[in-house]
Design a protein around this ligand. Structure first.
Ligand code: PLZ
Length: 452
């Protein structure tokens, strides 16, 4: 069934009343077996990992997660924007399995393999920017960010980095300093690396006058600290963890212009937005900009750890031989998974699906903006969010309660935002229309139940 606002079912304010079709709820969530395993976890695993939903997954298919109690959950998280092609895509599994038979690892710095080169070629050809490029592969998103900074510093021989309000770039020492939010990401982990400056942004939903003021303040920050001391500015084209923030038109092109004028390397962090998530291969394309370096991870390996920094050849080659690398950088099994992802993206349907997901989400959630407590519905493609705020300010409590209600009824949703007041939707791009509609009906009812 194609979901349109007209076919969406009438408002329910009880998530339990939505008929479970794609979902299958055999027990309460978490079920007894998950609770047993959770007790084991508490005995053996650090408490330092926060868990959205203490349910243990046994297997998964497309947009459904099957837990150890036999419950089927609708996945609106994709493992934080990773399993865009589905949780167990057969093409990914086939290529990765064949590679596991051939060899698991050589270390690309020791002896080489062609799939590493093939992934780099594809990224060079498909990332924004009509210039000669080179790519370096790594393992995690944070590592891609770290290495982009190494490249920018080596190429410019400048120390400083400009990042932005609400930014998220990772959990390693440098990337947590680049990340905006103190708790939980940086708390007690200092001293943080220096040379990181933070500038303002111009969120579309709070900047009716456009990006002029923010861009002016960025110019002032650069002038005060010496633009010639800045190696890189790093920005997510749609900010992810910070609250699914789409910038006002002209902000990103303004940054592009400032970076070019001062010889600062513009690093676009497409780790969450890239590879089809927003309905284009890269979110930069919505803005008509190209980074000097574009970073990818997450969806790149469909769950196998793989990340990449793709940039201007003269930048990427400015580092001395041996200056970049890593034991697992560009692991061959992960490279095969990425080549499968590229084939799936080239078939075209995934990008169209992202657009359809946006239409369905808007159709279902935009009417909720009439309710007191819902402030905004925003995003692009399959990266959509609903923000909770009222005259008292951000309402993280409402977002948490609604997400918890949806989770308890078998729809896995995540929150985000500095104040935790945003529910974000990151379904796999392969989600079927009826599964999406059922998940959205549960989410809508969950929201209505906490607002009533
Ligand atoms: N840049 C834009 O979204 C990872 C973080 C989850 P890693 N986002 C999920 C958590 O709480 O740890 C992310 C991102 C952007 C960089 C990263 C970092 O990628 O693969 O988690 O290191």
């Amino acid at each position: 069934m194609t979901v349109t606002p007209e076919t969406a079912t009438s408002p329910a304010a009880d998530p339990a009343s939505v008929t479970a079709t794609a979902r299958r709820l055999l027990t309460e969530l978490p079920g007894p077996r998950s609770r047993e395993l959770e007790a084991e976890r508490r005995r053996h695993v650090t408490n330092a990992f926060g868990i959205t939903m203490p349910v243990f997954i046994e297997h998964a298919q497309g947009s459904l997660l099957v837990d150890v109690d036999g419950n089927h959950l609708i996945d609106f998280a994709s493992g934080i924007a990773v399993t865009s092609v589905g949780a167990a895509n057969p093409k990914v599994a086939k290529r990765a399995a064949a590679q596991l038979e051939r060899f698991t690892h050589t270390c690309f710095m020791v002896t080489e393999y062609a799939s590493f080169v093939d992934v780099c070629r594809w990224l060079n050809e498909h990332t924004p920017g009509d210039f000669e490029k080179r790519t370096a592969l790594f393992t995690t998103g944070s590592e891609a960010v770290e290495n982009a900074i190494k490249v920018a510093r080596a190429a410019t021989r400048r120390p400083n980095i400009l990042v932005f309000d609400e930014a998220y770039h990772g959990r390693t020492q440098l990337t947590m300093a680049m990340t905006a939010k103190e708790n939980p990401y940086r708390l007690n982990f200092g001293p943080l690396p220096g040379s990181v400056f933070r500038g303002p942004t111009a969120p579309a939903h709070t900047s009716p006058d456009g990006p002029g003021e923010a861009l002016g303040r960025i110019e002032a920050l650069l002038a005060q600290n010496g633009p010639e001391t800045f190696a890189a500015m790093v920005i997510e084209p749609i900010q992810g963890e910070g609250g699914f923030i789409v910038q006002a038109p002209g902000f990103l092109t303004g940054l592009r212009e400032i970076a070019t004028r001062h010889g600062i390397v513009l690093v676009i962090d497409e780790i969450q937005t890239g590879l089809g998530r927003t309905g284009k291969l890269f979110a930069s394309e919505h803005e008509g900009i190209a980074g000097d370096i574009t970073l990818t991870a997450k969806a790149l390996g469909a769950g196998l750890p793989l990340s990449a920094a793709t940039g201007r050849a003269e930048l990427m080659n400015a580092v001395h031989p041996g200056g970049l690398g890593g034991t697992y950088a560009g692991n061959p099994v992960a490279c095969e998974a990425a080549l499968a992802v590229f084939e799936l993206l080239e078939e075209g349907a995934l990008l169209d699906n992202a657009g359809r997901i946006e239409t369905a989400v808007r159709g279902r959630l935009e009417p909720l903006m009439a309710l007191d407590g819902v402030a905004d519905v925003r995003g692009r493609g399959a990266m959509m969010a609903i923000e909770f705020r009222d005259s008292s300010g951000p309402r993280g409590d409402l977002a948490a309660a609604a997400a918890k209600a949806a989770n308890a009824h078998g729809v896995l949703t995540l929150t985000c935002g500095t104040n935790g007041n945003v529910i974000r939707l990151l379904p796999p791009l392969v989600i079927e229309a009826d599964v999406l509609d059922e998940g959205l009906a549960v989410l809508e009812a969950s929201i209505r139940s906490v607002l009533s």
